[in-house]
Design a protein around this ligand. Structure first.
Ligand code: V55
Ligand code: FE
Length: 493
């Protein structure tokens, strides 16, 4: 490499680019035993910049997607790591330098890459219809092989995706077998257009609707209930003029209202109702459901944007205390189309990366988990990807018993998004395991822990030692052994 990575927050310390691809067989279990009924693979993705940025510095959301797969097989675990061969990754590797410029700003690119996808495939993985898709919300999915992690190529649902973009947080409705997804900035960067899609398990398009949001903003996640699609709009706004001027893609505009769009699952654009919400930042969805004629949307919410690296339109400094997200339940009556959304805090705990037992997505549910700031630790230890939070614990929320339990990592550690795995296909809700990558910040190394999902405070059932560091990742998924074997192998056998 002819240039160096800048010595900035995004590129140094625990988040120094690793640029590593690896196969590690039969990892060392340093505590406990891996449960014998945990069979399958845990996939996650981390942004990991392959080249120093063209613009001198960059934000943590712009790194190239590096997928890791932990393959569990009868008490043993192996791991594989591969970059997704996006169009961006391939072009830059050929050139031996960055050709794509700033986050979601095509005006900063080398002219040679005009027309190529800017997608980094760095945010989430979706297993649906026999395909494993690496996702970034500014572009189309990229299919990867669940066994080898080799890149198959872009996947646009056989040409059925008319939106230029596809969310990193699509939802599978396990009761109907459908995939519900959307793309925002669907007609190009900073456009207010949102396209909503429903596919059946065969990948056939069942429904599509094109909407206009109240304003252009980051729409990172959404909610799906039995009958409705919920689109949360927070004022992390975007403007084409900013991109042309070389400014950041997004900025926080606290003078604007937040909104929750409510669209019937098979509704047309004219059927959407936008319900006002007090100005706030909602990034992720725990779950959404209907009960007693009302719609409920569970989401961690902060007063301002969680990311410190997006500016405020009025120049106010970013305030971590105001940004800290806490889980809320938003509720509304769909028969009162102009009603404001009711907000109720479910816990005072600061937390993000909410997860559920996804067999219970879209309907009433009992169990949720999220990474949290452990109440047992005072003072900052580490930081999560870009955010102002210090994720030093995993919280289990039992909505039925209104009970909250927390596991706290050791000193000088933080952790990444947890993954729930049911003990077996017919296990009751929440009966299973919770997997999480632990960042050992001073050791510059990672572990994988396995918790009993309903007994997180009891500590890990097993700790798996990695001889390397996994950069802070975003999201992931689980594929059971039965489904993998149908595909003919295991990712790290
Ligand atoms: C997020 C992550 C992204 C992104 C937009 O967590 C939002 C939120 C890793 O990329 O592009
Ligand atoms: Fe996300």
């Amino acid at each position: 490499m002819t240039q160096r990575f800048p010595q900035t927050r995004t590129f140094t310390g625990f988040n120094a680019p690793s640029r590593i691809e690896f196969d590690l067989h039969d990892l060392e279990v340093v505590q406990g035993c891996i449960p014998g009924d945990l069979n399958g693979a845990f996939y996650r993705v981390q942004p990991d910049p392959a080249w120093p940025p063209r613009a001198g510095d960059d934000i943590p959301l712009n790194g190239d997607g590096l997928v890791t797969a932990f393959r569990f097989d009868r008490g043993r675990v192996s791991v594989r790591g591969r970059y997704v061969r996006t169009e961006k990754f391939v072009a830059e590797r050929t050139a031996g330098r960055a050709l794509f410029g700033a986050y979601r700003n095509p005006y900063t690119d080398d002219p040679s890459v005009a027309g190529l996808s800017r997608g980094t495939a760095n945010t989430n993985l979706l297993w649906f219809g026999g395909r494993l898709l690496a996702l970034k919300e500014d572009s189309h999915p990229v299919e990867i092989d669940p066994v080898t992690l080799d890149t198959v190529g872009p996947w646009s649902f056989g040409g059925q995706l008319s939106s230029l973009t596809f969310t990193a947080h699509p939802k599978i409705d396990p009761y109907k077998g459908e995939l519900v997804a959307f793309g925002y900035a669907a007609k190009g960067e900073t456009t207010p257009d949102i396209a909503v899609y429903t596919f059946n398990a065969q990948g056939e398009l069942l429904h599509e609707a094109w909407l206009e949001a109240p304003y252009s903003s980051m729409v990172h996640d959404f909610g799906v209930t039995e009958h409705y699609i919920l689109l949360p709009i927070s004022p992390l706004v975007s403007k084409l003029d900013w991109l042309k001027a070389g400014k950041p893609h997004f900025a926080w505009d606290g003078s604007r209202q937040s909104w929750l769009g409510v669209l019937p699952r098979r509704g047309r654009a004219s059927d959407i109702h936008w319900h006002a919400v007090d100005t706030c930042f909602s990034s992720h969805t725990m779950n959404a459901f209907e009960a007693d004629g009302r719609i409920h949307y569970d989401t961690p919410v902060g007063g301002i944007v969680v990311f410190p690296f997006f500016p405020d339109v009025s120049g106010q400094p970013w305030d971590p205390a105001r940004a800290a997200p806490r889980l809320e339940r938003w509720s509304l009556d769909p028969s009162a189309p102009n009603a404001r959304v009711g907000r109720r805090q479910l816990t005072p705990l600061i937390g993000e990366f909410p997860r559920i037992d996804e067999r219970f997505a879209t309907r009433g549910y009992r169990h949720g988990w999220m990474a949290c700031e452990s109440p047992q630790l005072n003072g900052p230890q580490g930081t999560s990807l870009g955010g102002g939070m210090t994720l030093t614990g995993v919280a289990h929320i039992d909505h039925a018993e209104q009970r909250l339990e927390c596991f706290t990592v050791e000193a000088e550690c933080s952790l990444q998004e947890p993954q729930f795995v049911p003990r077996h296909a017919l296990a009751e809700e929440g009966d299973g395991y919770l997997l999480a990558v632990v960042n050992r910040l001073t050791e510059m190394r990672s572990d994988l822990i396995i918790l009993d999902a309903r007994e997180v405070a009891a500590g890990p059932l097993a700790t798996v030692r990695l001889p390397l560091r996994l950069r802070n990742g975003l999201h992931g998924t689980w594929i059971g052994a039965d489904e993998l074997e149908a595909r003919g192998g295991s990712p790290a056998a």
